[in-house]
Design a protein around this ligand. Structure first.
Ligand code: PEP
Ligand code: MN
Length: 337
């Protein structure tokens, strides 16, 4: 951390700050320029998280050097985290595609979609058993039965399962039936839920909040990791902007930004990011080109009758064609699919 003093700062002002740093167990180095005095803080500046040095008399500016996310940051771990789910490495050279319906519906529909996405090359099956719907009158998901249908689809296809948790009281059933626990956009800052999933080893897919900054998102990952669970992947799913033409705006800059700031795998969800099935394939390709480690894509055999998000779900034959295209994109950026 660099503390710059105002031109009229006195010796007492400088000593006052230096004394406070010493009390907190930090060392400091003074540098006197012609017009400015600067104090460089030596030690873990996170000790200053609750110490507003900018309000000390004589201080002009305070610039942190270390990121506030400790465990999620590249400063802590320079190499990429690879999370292995049923032998499938997420965060390595292979781009991992997770696909399936928005919501788990009938047993046969879920299993049918699972077989189709598997045949097209998906590595993981997605499906919501508990749905966080905007309206309480919309389909809320099948609950536990939905998780059972996913488990059955897994038994038939071998595909591991990712599904969203809404309530910490359901943790046990998710630990048993899901291979990856999804924290949805609406719960990115549900800190009690983050702490709950942080208490286990089960991989977590943490979606970006509807209007969350990268900093807020990484600090949410930090909530999970600081409880002990290091198996966190970040999922960009579009953010709210002034644009109303699509459901959200896919922030693709987040992908290389996160890869630079953090060692965690980065997944992109082009379905919720766009809300329109026609936009899913181009944005999925763009995401892989931008360096995403994986994709989360909604696929439905009959989007017209889907109980949730039919408008953004692609049909299995289009998903299969997209997977072929993605192979070429992945290869062009030095990855496999
Ligand atoms: C989902 O993936 O089913 C979902 C609800 O997504 P999001 O939390 O990104 O809106
Ligand atoms: Mn959906």
């Amino acid at each position: 951390m660099i503390i710059v003093f105002k031109p009229d700062a006195t010796e007492q002002h400088i000593d006052h700050v230096a004394d406070r740093l010493r009390e907190l167990g930090l060392k400091s180095q003074l540098s006197r320029g012609e017009s400015r005095t600067i104090l460089g803080v030596i030690g873990d500046e996170r000790l200053l998280e609750h110490q507003p040095l900018s309000v000390f008399p004589g201080v002009e500016s305070v610039t942190p050097i270390l990121a506030p996310w400790k465990l999620a940051g590249r400063e802590f771990q320079p190499y990429d985290t690879v999370i292995t789910v049923d032998g499938i490495p997420i965060g390595g050279p292979r781009v991992i595609v997770m696909a399936g319906p928005c919501a788990v519906e009938k047993r046969e529909v879920t299993a049918g979609i699972a077989h189709e996405v598997k045949a097209a090359g998906a590595a993981i099956l997605r499906g919501g058993a508990y749905k966080p719907r905007t309206s309480p009158y919309s389909f809320q998901g099948l609950g536990r039965e939905g998780l059972d249908f996913l488990a059955e689809a897994k038994k038939q296809t071998g595909l591991p399962v990712v599904s969203e948790i809404l309530d910490p009281r359901d943790t046990d059933v998710f630990l048993e039936k899901a291979d990856i626990i999804q924290i949805g956009a609406r719960n990115m800052q549900n800190f009690e839920l983050l702490k709950e999933v942080g208490a286990y080893d089960k991989p977590v897919l943490l979606k970006r909040g509807l209007s969350a900054t990268i900093k807020e998102w990484l600090l949410s990952a930090e909530y999970i990791m600081s409880r002990g669970n290091r198996h966190v992947m970040l999922c960009e799913r579009g953010i709210r902007t002034f644009e109303t033409q699509y459901r959200n705006v896919l922030d693709l800059s987040a992908v290389p930004t996160l890869k630079a700031l953090s060692h965690l795998p980065v997944i992109v969800d082009p379905s919720h990011a766009t809300g329109q099935w026609r936009l899913v394939a181009p944005m999925a390709k763009a995401a892989v080109a931008a360096g995403a480690d994986g994709l989360l894509i909604e696929v439905h055999s009959n989007p017209e009758c889907a109980l949730c998000d039919g408008e953004e779900s692609i049909k299995p034959h289009r998903f299969a064609a997209l997977m072929e295209d993605l192979k070429n994109v992945a290869q062009a950026v030095g990855r496999t699919l």
